[in-house]
Design a protein around this ligand. Structure first.
Ligand code: PEP
Length: 258
């Protein structure tokens, strides 16, 4: 067991308008209260679309909820003529704790290359939030059996630009691309192996404090049926949940198991 508090983060992707988001937060808060959920032992976070963050904030503040929230991406610039972008300061002013950076869908559908991902991580950290850096191999690297080197390399591409204090605030989500939204979940052993390889790399680069502090989440077809086995792995510190985070009862179950 580690001193790291597990995190269960729901990535809503482009789902739920602000009314649906409001309904969901109330339902989740009620379910977790009903279950006497202890937020000190597991952080629960929701990552709505930009248009719903304000609604989530208002509810969380009004009812003093312990549910945290964040965004799914962030601009690498601070302000100005960048049509369609949202800055890190705007997100932190709305009480966001986290920003998902480098999700495979962003890497695929938007021009998010390594340099852009490093800049998003830096913008997030500078604004006082924590980046949830998504890495993970595609089915091609999986077939070739080079997934560990690939995922560790993706983390390394970002961490080599950070100092120790910055690296300690990173959260990593190991998400094999072939497992996202497919119902094909990685084995607990392979999630553990990948998480440990990343932690070992952090230890080599930054020393024991960073390695012991950074949470490594697993993501890819997590449900309440497979969460328990995953979270019992020593280096898996929680989950980034896509599809299953759209059902409040299922998301509450995953949180309770974590
Ligand atoms: C994700 O998109 O981050 C994800 C893990 O999705 P799913 O849980 O649906 O596989």
């Amino acid at each position: 067991a580690s001193a790291r508090v597990p995190l269960v983060a729901g990535n809503w992707k482009m789902n739920f308008d602000h009314l649906e988001a409001t309904y969901f937060v109330q339902k989740l808060a009620w379910l977790l209260r009903d279950a006497h959920f202890d937020y000190r032992h597991c952080e629960v976070a929701l990552m709505p679309t930009f248009t719903s963050i304000r609604s989530v904030q208002v509810l969380v503040e009004a009812d003093n909820l312990k549910i945290r929230y964040g965004a799914q991406a962030v601009s690498v610039t601070t302000q100005g003529a960048f049509t369609g972008d949202v800055s890190a300061d705007m997100l932190s002013q709305l009480g966001c704790s986290y920003v998902i950076v480098g999700h495979s869908e962003r890497r695929k559908y938007h021009p998010e290359d390594d340099a852009n991902i490093v800049d998003q991580v830096r913008a997030t950290l500078t604004a006082g939030m924590q980046p949830i850096l998504c890495v993970g191999e595609s089915s091609e690297e999986h077939r070739q059996g080079i997934e560990l080197d690939f995922a560790v390399g993706q983390v390394h591409d970002v961490t080599r630009d950070l100092n120790e204090e910055e690296a300690a605030r990173l959260i990593i989500a190991y998400e094999p691309v072939w497992a996202i939204g497919t119902g094909q979940v990685a084995t607990p052993q392979s999630a553990q192996e990948a998480s440990k390889a990343m932690r070992d790399d952090l230890r080599e680069t930054f020393g024991p404090h960073v390695a012991q502090t950074v949470r490594v989440l697993y993501g890819g077809s997590v449900t309440s049926k497979n969460a328990m086995q995953m979270i019992s792995q020593p280096d898996v510190d929680g989950f980034l949940v896509g599809g299953a985070s759209l059902d409040a009862e299922e998301f509450a179950r995953i949180s309770r198991l974590t």
